[in-house]
Design a protein around this ligand. Structure first.
Ligand code: NDP
Length: 470
């Protein structure tokens, strides 16, 4: 079957891709498995050199890859170039550095034996990536999988596969044949064939929570380890002790950057009631002025959302929220003057309660929800009052309050007085239904390699072994 690949800024069909069935998935997985047999035996310096070559070849093709990413996702071209392509290449350099420094363990406490623990590659990793940041997220998975000696097969989202397809083509020029394979198609056809394949040893998934539950169940049936980077409904808590100018800039960026399509978006803005009127008014004024338009235009601040379904989802959530008593603040319409493309105005509402669907469901677009709180206790209760637990943001200049907040928040990451900062050495992963496991230096090492314990005697004199059969 052929699948249309669409430019969300123009609605034009860019091309069609062939959907890979289970037979084709089998071929790609077997090639990866064959490549793994040699790759697992490569020395660390060899692997480091290869990873650095991959980073360089990505940098040499950065403009081409960024343009494809923008064409297929609507990500602003300047962000694709300056952020995501930089990160795509850096992912390979990062893991090259990491494996040069990692070490095993030695236990010498036993008087006569010494025990070491070392890590080994596992096999073929199945990598399933979403459409919101295909290159940045997909490349992190590929880099981690191969750095620790595995082969991998990636399935990008069928909505936005083009840059990842080209990435795999480009990096394959400097990698052993088949080491990084790619399969294309819809999740329930191609993705599930990859998850089920007996030669796929582990699954790294980034996507929605419901899809993650299905994949974890399928992988669990074969006892395959999984990491799940899932959805979020992250609280951005703004106390009256915050630096409000910086908090305002950050609140806008946290929900409207990357066209609002970020798992870690600060989509629930919890605002201290003493400053709420002033803050919300300033937010709305700025949101109204956000420049919507072509992602190719360097002046654009908000591009299209990825699909027509996503656009309609924004508008439906807005309507439903207002019907349930939310106060409309900004947006709710398709963007004026942009008839082609999946453009919406930035959206925001104020919700009377955290129970509304708009406060509980991940909308995954440029849609902010404000909720007022009276004191820190209420703020923490609201922040933790969802099934998600990916990230939280806290704005206060009161150090004791910031420290209390980071302890009380049920989230895998807490950013204090800053919008998102990704520290690659640290784990990034969600609590509750936002995921299982994490991405980052040691977290990836733990997932993409397995431990082996080796014990041997320090000396054999005076170490008799019971002699059976004598
Ligand atoms: P989906 O869950 O719809 O899809 C993710 C991937 O899984 C796609 O490649 C999809 O293929 C595939 N898939 C779907 N069904 C199956 C199946 N049964 N077996 C195997 N693979 C399957 O997520 P989206 O692509 O819509 O991405 C948005 C979601 O990703 C949001 O919820 C967001 O929060 C989350 N996300 C999480 C991040 C994190 O780090 N926690 C980071 C970025 C995004 P297809 O597209 O063909 O259906």
């Amino acid at each position: 079957m052929m699948l249309d690949v669409i430019n969300p800024a123009t609605e034009a069909v860019i091309c069609q891709i062939a959907e890979d069935d289970a037979k084709r998935v089998d071929t790609v997985v077997r090639l990866a498995r064959a490549a793994f047999e040699d790759w697992r035996a490569t020395s660390v310096p060899e692997r480091q050199a290869t990873l650095r070559k991959v980073a360089n070849v990505i940098r040499a093709h950065a403009d081409e890859l960024a343009e494809l990413e923008t064409q297929n996702t609507g990500i602003l071209l300047k962000d694709a170039k300056d952020r995501y392509l930089v990160r795509t290449a850096a992912n390979f350099d990062f893991f090259a550095d990491y494996i040069g420094q990692s070490s095993g363990q030695v236990f010498e406490q036993h008087p006569t034996y010494v025990t070491t623990v070392r890590r080994e590659a596992i096999g073929v990793a199945g990598l399933i990536a979403p459409w919101n940041l295909p290159l940045a997220l997909g490349s992190m998975k590929i880099a981690a999988a191969i750095a620790f000696g595995n082969a991998c097969v990636i399935k990008p989202s069928e909505i936005a596969p083009l840059a990842v397809i080209r990435l795999v083509e480009i990096i394959s020029e400097v990698l052993p044949k088949g080491l990084v394979g790619i399969v294309n198609g819809r999740g329930h056809i191609t993705g599930s064939a990859l998850v089920d394949h007996d030669l796929v040893d582990l699954i790294s998934f980034t996507g929605g929570t419901e899809t993650g539950q299905r994949i974890a169940a399928a992988a669990g049936a074969k006892l395959k380890p999984v990491t799940m980077e899932l959805g979020g409904k992250s609280a951005n808590i703004i106390f009256d002790s915050a630096d409000l100018d910086r908090a305002l800039d950050a609140a806008l960026v946290s929900i409207y950057a990357n066209n609002g399509q970020q798992c870690l978006a600060g989509s629930r803005i919890l605002i201290h009631d003493t400053i709420a009127d002033r803050f919300i008014a300033a937010f709305v004024e700025r949101a109204r002025k956000i420049r919507i338009g072509s992602p190719l235009d360097p002046l654009t601040q908000l591009g299209p959302v990825a699909t027509a379904a996503q656009r309609d989802r924004m508008l439906t959530f807005f309507e439903e929220a207002v019907a349930q008593g939310a106060l409309p603040l900004v947006g709710g319409q398709r963007a004026a003057g942009l008839d082609r493309g999946y453009f919406v105005e930035p959206l925001a509402v104020e919700a009377p309660s955290n129970d509304l669907g708009v406060c509980q469901e991940e909308i995954f677009g440029p849609f902010a929800v404000f909720i007022r709180f009276k004191d820190a206790e209420e703020a923490f209760r609201l922040a933790n009052g969802t099934r998600f637990g990916l990230a939280s943001y806290v704005w206060t200049q009161n150090l004791a309050l910031a420290m209390e907040a980071q302890e009380r928040l049920e989230a895998g990451v807490v950013w204090i007085n800053t919008p998102v900062v990704r520290e690659m050495r640290a784990p990034f992963g969600g609590y509750k239904q936002s995921g299982i496991g994490a991405q980052g230096g040691a977290a990836c090492e733990a997932f993409y390699s397995r431990e082996k314990t080796i014990t041997l005697p320090r000396r054999i004199e005076g170490l008799p072994i019971e002699r059976l059969g004598i």
